[in-house]
Ligand binder design. Structure first.
Ligand code: XMP
Length: 513
């Protein structure tokens, strides 16, 4: 059964992903596509509605992103947001100009009045706050449209042509600051586009299981399991679909946190699948011995990981399918492919071409991270796996500063465990997006009992962030920090000093290496 679909056409605005997520939160499937998508492709996609996103340009500027005018003849409802609203007005006979200073140009939270007999604003109050960010405005509204929202500075905040199902808003309904934004999107989907709400994780799971079975038949599939959320959920889904035709190779590189390898193994013992855990700590430690430079550590681990995986897959023999846990944000077209490499991220995603397989299966490629977690829960994966914080592929090797030894890793594992345990005990585990300990390469003098110590300094790191591209250091209460500090120095041999990292990203990064 095919889901109803909404198409989000991307004009380069910063909230485009958010629009897609909000639509899916309303149980309607949608995808973000480039604004240049051809009319034939749009027809073939067969959307129940189209959303034009915001964008940084002016619709009248040379070279600004446009659409094929035929899109307005498809008989499909359209919601234009910000630039998308202006674009619609521009095409349909309205007029868009630069706003004069202090008149119709608006940024931030803005009191807005609505005509609630318009279907888009059905059921919301006549006055509420919206989030604006526009320097242009519609000087003339297209003929068939009526004005349905205004602010103090701008008469044309919302327009509609209800007969054709065309709606435009200058503000951003997808942003939380717009008080009834989600209700407006819901109205567009359900009251205008005729959505039935057929996008649920239970349905997705069942249809994916069927599709995977149909594709794989009696063939064999192989999956590299890192213990991270994405590969774990992909493994659980495949296990549900094809059971012991699936082999999961879990390379335990010895750089995992305390008990982590066992937890991953235990979670997968529920399924009738072939689970291979390769305890490769020793060979990773040999390769890492004496290496202090962070990028070298990452390269070594990435390469060794592939070697181990390759050796194990050879033992299994010819496999038909390789499964990867790629998710939607990994595949979506992104505007910036010129960003500088700050750190080379190692993921098990980019696995080999040289394993003998016919095809790649990426069962999560349509999902956002929160949807992947919801699917994991639906499949019955334990909460500690589903809600796992991001954990770098090279693991603790990049949280032991300087050269990596088994002794240092064990010290770090114990300290990190206490840190995480105390954060959870304080009820703060949902408040911070990532928190972990780092074993610095610094030793300092301390005193314990009557004796002098000369031990390692441990750094604690905790951040709040929405996208991990920027982050703020978390304001952990002093009494919690104190408990953590007392416990670690008392319980973990080898640490006599604890510091808390109070730098944001930028200028620092989240990890230390
Ligand atoms: P940074 O340190 O660059 O980290 O601010 C941003 C986020 O990415 C995670 N991270 C990695 N994830 N492989 C990964 O899969 C890696 O090599 C890697 N390095 C950093 C980091 O934990 C944070 O969440």
């Amino acid at each position: 059964m095919k889901n109803q679909r909404v198409l989000v056409l991307d004009f380069g605005g910063q909230y485009n992903q958010l629009i897609a997520r909000r639509v899916r939160e309303c149980s309607v499937y949608c995808e973000v596509k480039p604004h240049g998508m051809s009319l034939e492709a749009i027809r073939a996609y067969d959307p129940i509605g189209i959303i034009f996103t915001g964008g940084p340009q002016s619709v009248y500027a040379a070279g600004s992103p446009q659409v094929d005018a035929g899109i307005f003849e498809l008989g499909v409802p359209i919601l234009g947001i910000c630039y998308g609203c202006q674009l619609m007005a521009h095409y349909l006979g309205g007029e868009v100009t630069a706003a004069q200073e202090d008149t119709a140009r608006e940024y931030g939270k803005t009191k807005t009045w609505f005509e609630t007999d318009c279907r888009l604003f059905d059921g919301i109050p006549e006055e509420s706050i919206t989030w604006m960010s526009h320097g242009d405005y519609m000087a003339k509204v297209p003929e068939s449209f009526r004005l349905v929202a205004h602010s103090a500075a701008c008469p044309n905040v919302g327009i509609c042509d209800e007969a054709r199902g065309f709606y435009g808003v200058q503000f951003h309904p997808e942003v939380n600051h717009t008080e009834f934004g989600l209700a407006m999107l819901r109205n567009f989907l359900y009251k205008v586009c005729g959505a039935v709400g057929d996008w649920t994780m239970g349905d997705f799971m069942r249809s994916s299981v069927e599709a995977i079975r149909a594709k794989v038949g009696s063939g064999k599939a192989l999956l590299a399991l890192s213990g991270g959320v994405d590969s774990s959920v992909a493994a659980a889904l495949l296990a549900e679909a094809i059971g012991d035709q699936l082999t999961c190779i879990f390379v335990d590189h010895g750089q995992l946190r305390k008990n982590e390898g066992d937890e991953v193994e235990a979670a997968f013992s529920e399924w009738d699948l072939n689970f291979v855990r390769v305890n490769a700590e020793e060979r990773f430690l040999v390769k890492l011995a004496g290496v202090a430079e962070p990028e070298r550590k990452r390269k070594i681990i990435g390469e060794e990981f592939i070697r181990v995986f390759e050796e194990e897959s050879k033992k299994i023999g010819a496999v038909d399918y390789l499964v990867q846990g790629t998710i939607y944000p990994d595949v979506i077209e992104s505007g910036s492919d010129v960003a500088a490499v700050i750190k080379s991220h190692h993921n098990v995603g980019g696995l080999p071409d040289y394993v003998d397989f016919k095809e790649i299966i990426e069962p999560l490629r349509l999902l956002f991270k929160d949807e992947v977690r919801a699917l994991g829960r639906e499949l019955g994966l334990p909460e500690q796996l589903v809600n796992r914080q991001p954990f770098p592929g090279p693991g603790l090797a990049i949280r032991v500063i300087g050269d990596v030894t088994k002794e240092k890793l064990d010290i770090l594992r114990d300290a990190d465990f206490i840190f995480r345990e105390e954060i959870a005990l304080a009820g703060l585990d949902k408040c911070y997006n990532q928190y972990f300990a780092v074993l610095t390469n610094v030793r300092s003098v301390g005193v314990m009992g009557d004796g002098r110590t000369y031990d390692y300094t441990l750094a604690l790191r905790s951040v709040t962030t929405s996208d991990f591209m920027t982050a703020d250091w978390a304001r952990i209460p002093y009494d919690v920090l104190d408990r953590i500090s007392v416990r670690i120095v008392n319980e973990v041999r080898g640490i006599n000093r604890i510091v808390y990292d109070i730098t944001s990203k930028p200028p620092a990064t989240i990890e230390w290496e």
